[in-house]
Ligand binder design. Structure first.
Ligand SMILES: *Cc1c(COP(=O)(O)O)cnc(C)c1O
Length: 416
């Protein structure tokens, strides 16, 4: 199915082939979209498809070397059903708050397979982390002292890893999280001193967490970053108070959102990782290698669905006014980290193709020009009651949106 009906030489959105089309309706979870909307009972809603997540994890497992463990980073999509589903499919969970930690523990995942990262952990965060026995990725020297004080008070020996702010960067990442001055982790050059100080504290040293960025679609850049990540871990391990048992190499795998972007080719990344894992077997014998992914596991499995509530023409441009908007899906409006606004892939879910197309702007009900979900999109002629679908919405969708803004109703969420 092709979602772009524009000229053929302009860059197109990648085919959203994770969902099929039958009787001109988008199918999700084995049902036609209008039927699913009736079952949900209201629009707008987010729908997440288990089968798409299953396929994604199987394809990753098939491509990656056997020794690499997969974690799901809950912050991408904390819907309890999604977390529960991915906890079964992956080897562990990554959390970034006490609330996410409770979600992770509720899945029955063993604390040793849960890690907790994030700068500025609160007293509640650290107490919950120490009490539950998860791996705490330490973000500063002060945080290490706070954990040690809690450990003394509770008579515990928490599992800790050092989150390292590497001395290299992930090139062409959508969101850079490392190198240079950063709030995340401890600068690589300060790590030897931290490791020395740790030796006299009541902490169980597990290893390192090195996360260098997100949303990368260039295999070569990922390969380079992963190679440098392992090299850095090998170098820092010489200063460790005990053998490295755990190495979290972050994630960074991107998905295609915008015209011209293509799905990531995993083969070269996997081949390089196999070499790195083999080197790690010598340099860090017995260490568990973990890759933590959020977006890559959930984004493509999710759609956001809103309904056309008005249609009007203003000075030559057609506007489809919907009951959905940036308060539900900030990322699709372009206000969550985009520098130049681009459209997410979208379609008319109850009439995917049509003989007559028209160019429309898709907007929400909020009184701000930022509330734009699609600019100059070619769609089959739409009317009030039609269903607008925004693809690639399973990560950083609802959870990253300002739900309270303007006080409109919240969307529903469903896992199919
Ligand atoms: C956000 C985050 C992730 C997930 O990133 P994705 O781009 O969603 O894969 C993983 N680890 C850490 C430490 C993060 O902060």
């Amino acid at each position: 199915m092709s979602l772009d009906h524009g000229s053929t030489d302009a860059p197109q959105h990648a085919a959203m082939s994770q969902f099929s089309v039958a009787d001109n309706c988008l199918q999700i979870g084995g049902r036609a979209l209008p039927e699913l909307a009736r079952a949900v009972g209201k629009t707008p809603f987010y729908a997440y498809d288990r089968a798409v997540m299953n396929e994604r994890v199987s394809a990753l497992r098939a491509a990656l070397p056997a020794g690499i463990h997969l974690h799901y980073a809950i912050k991408a999509n904390p819907m309890p059903g999604v977390v529960e589903h991915l906890a079964r499919l992956t080897d562990g969970l990554d959390v970034a708050s006490a609330r996410e930690l409770r979600l992770a523990l509720a899945t029955g995942t063993a604390p040793a397979n849960i890690s907790f990262a994030g700068p500025g952990k609160s007293a509640e965060d650290l107490e919950a982390a120490v009490a539950s026995g998860v791996i705490i990725n330490m973000e500063s020297a002060r945080e290490m002292q706070r954990i040690a004080a809690l450990a003394e008070a509770l008579g515990a020996r928490p599992r800790v890893a050092v989150r390292v702010n590497p001395d290299f960067e992930l090139k062409s990442a959508g969101m850079k999280m490392s190198s240079g001055p950063k709030p995340f982790g401890i600068d690589a050059e300060q790590v030897p001193a931290i490791l020395e100080a740790m030796a006299s504290l009541p902490l169980q040293f597990m290893g390192f967490h090195i996360f260098s960025g997100s949303q990368n679609l260039r295999p070569q850049a990922i390969i380079e970053a992963q190679t440098k990540t392992f090299e850095l871990a090998f170098r820092l391990s010489q200063y460790a108070p005990s053998p490295v048992r755990w190495l979290n190499i972050g994630g960074g795998l991107g998905i295609p959102y915008f015209p011209g972007e293509q799905p990531l080719d995993l083969a070269p990344i996997a081949a390089n990782l196999a070499d790195l894992a083999q080197a790690a077997a010598t340099e860090l014998p017995g260490a568990e290698i973990v890759m933590e992914l959020g977006r890559y596991l959930t984004a493509e499995a999710g759609i956001y669905v809103c309904e056309v509530v008005d249609k009007k023409v203003s000075r030559g441009e057609t506007f489809l006014v919907t009951n959905g908007g940036l308060h539900h899906h900030l990322a699709a409006s372009g206000n969550f980290g985009q520098v130049i606004r681009k459209n997410y892939p979208l379609c008319l879910g109850n009439r995917v193709s049509g003989d007559t197309l028209e160019q429309v702007n898709i907007v929400g009900p909020l009184c701000t020009p930022l509330d734009l979900l699609g600019a100059r999109v070619s769609l089959p002629v739409a009317e009030v009651g039609d269903l607008i679908v925004i693809f690639q919405s399973g990560a950083y969708g609802l959870t990253a949106s300002p739900l309270g803004f303007l006080g409109h109703p919240h969307p529903a969420e469903i896992l199919v």
